[in-house]
Design a protein around this ligand. Structure first.
Ligand code: ZN
Length: 414
């Protein structure tokens, strides 16, 4: 019975998508994508040449703001976190917003050269060219094509170029948007545009927590102070305890010790030792269990350090600081958004798999707002390296897919 109702609902969504795709304005937006690929490519190169390191996205935000204005978006503004927002009004007043976002930050530190950003042999190259210059290009391309085609939706659309998606940015841009209660309540669904491809739809938010563990001791000379507690040894002991934590195969749960630092010289007992730990799982309970295991491992290492310090008072302290948190969550299987994505893929003859990843969609999904992360067509590779590339062949399929999902979610004005 339930399956029957679902099939019926899916059939209805299929019809709606077919009706949206049959609109003259949709066709005209589709041909805009094909005709303007050279301009999209130029935009992508231009934005990739503006550095946007974590916490240093201002110059790129200004560029996006100017683009939003020239595309004719309304109420264009940069919020307190540095996100750029603009509205495309809907034909029916009062409808909930359908949002499209693309993160504008890159993983690359300040000073990374953009000299390698170029178009060569049908491919674009350069740091951040796909992740996420491709996403920003799609965001602008969708707005431009809708404007040029005169495509009007019933519900208003919110366009967002957001900061802080990568690494230690810790989703702060998206977090800021969804911390604004009145804005959050206006958003009915959000499409997160990130990178290349059309073969996946991210509906499951991979959760993570990141920690920095610091051990501090008095330090001293390697010969004359020998026997003083050594923070590197205590940290190594903590790692030894932590790595033996059992992990379930399902829900998939992982940990990584990605950075280790500390010490002064080979002949000094170090004063500090620091490690950075990344814990991930599809289930929040597992993340919490691993956090507990990490804290116990540190406590156990401190405990054995005190036994080994020759009766001296224990002069070592440990500090565990959370440096990142991304909530785990999932788009409900019967959400209208997922039905629309499926119907659009069928309509376009595109095949996509459900994917789990850590993206800006973690934040809305964890708050019960329907969200997916989508690639923006074409192909890409070498993400998070300066050899990153993007091949725009097939970009128009990605853009059609995003446009149809957006228009079906927002409804077409008559
Ligand atoms: Zn990205």
């Amino acid at each position: 019975m339930l399956a029957g109702i679902e099939a019926q609902a899916q059939e209805q969504v299929r019809k709606q998508v077919a009706a949206v795709a049959a609109h003259r304005q949709a066709h005209s937006a589709f041909s805009w994508f094909r005709q303007h690929e050279p301009e999209l490519r130029q935009l992508q190169l231009e934005v990739a040449r503006i550095p946007a390191p974590p916490f240093g996205e201002q110059a790129r935000a200004q560029w996006v703001r100017e683009r939003f204005l020239s595309t004719g978006l309304h109420d264009v503004r940069i919020d307190a976190a540095g996100n750029v927002l603009g509205i495309r009004p809907g034909a029916a007043p009062g409808g909930r917003l359908v949002a499209l976002s693309a993160h504008i930050d890159t993983v690359f530190p300040p000073g990374t050269s953009t000299a390698g950003v170029r178009f060569e042999n049908d491919r674009l190259y350069g740091p951040g060219i796909s992740d996420n210059a491709a996403g920003i290009t799609a965001l602008l391309g969708i707005a431009e094509a809708m404007e040029a085609a005169g495509l009007r939706t019933r519900a208003p659309l919110l366009f967002v170029g957001n900061v802080g998606e990568e690494g230690e940015g810790d989703l702060r841009g998206m977090r800021h948007i969804f911390a604004d209660r009145s804005l959050r309540e206006q958003i009915g669904a959000i499409l997160v545009l990130d990178g290349a491809g059309t073969d996946t739809v991210v509906t499951q938010a991979l959760g993570s927590r990141r920690f920095e563990v610091s051990m501090r001791g008095p330090g001293g000379h390697s010969w004359s102070d020998f026997g003083i507690v050594n923070p590197i040894l205590v940290l190594a002991d903590a790692i030894h305890h932590f790595r033996s934590t059992p992990l379930p195969a399902t829900p998939k749960t992982t940990f990584n010790i990605g950075v280790i630092s500390g010490g002064t010289s080979v002949n000094s007992i170090p004063e500090t030792a620091v490690m950075r730990v990344d814990v991930r799982s599809t289930a929040m309970e597992e993340i919490e269990r691993l956090e507990h295991a990490l804290r116990s491992a540190v406590a156990a290492a401190l405990g054995s350090a005190s036994r080994h310090s020759n009766g001296e008072p224990l002069a070592i302290t440990a500090d565990i600081r959370m440096i990142g948190e991304r909530p785990a969550a999932e788009l409900p299987a019967h959400s209208r958004l997922l039905a629309v994505v499926r119907a659009v893929d069928d309509h376009l003859g595109n095949f996509s798999r459900i994917h789990r990843a850590s993206t800006d969609a973690n934040i809305p999904l964890s708050l019960g707002c329907d969200a997916v992360a989508l690639g923006t067509g074409g192909t890409g590779g070498g993400a998070h390296t300066v050899q990153e590339w993007y091949d725009p062949k097939g970009r128009d399929l990605g853009l059609k897919r995003i446009l149809l999902i957006t228009a079906a979610m927002a409804g077409m004005a008559d």
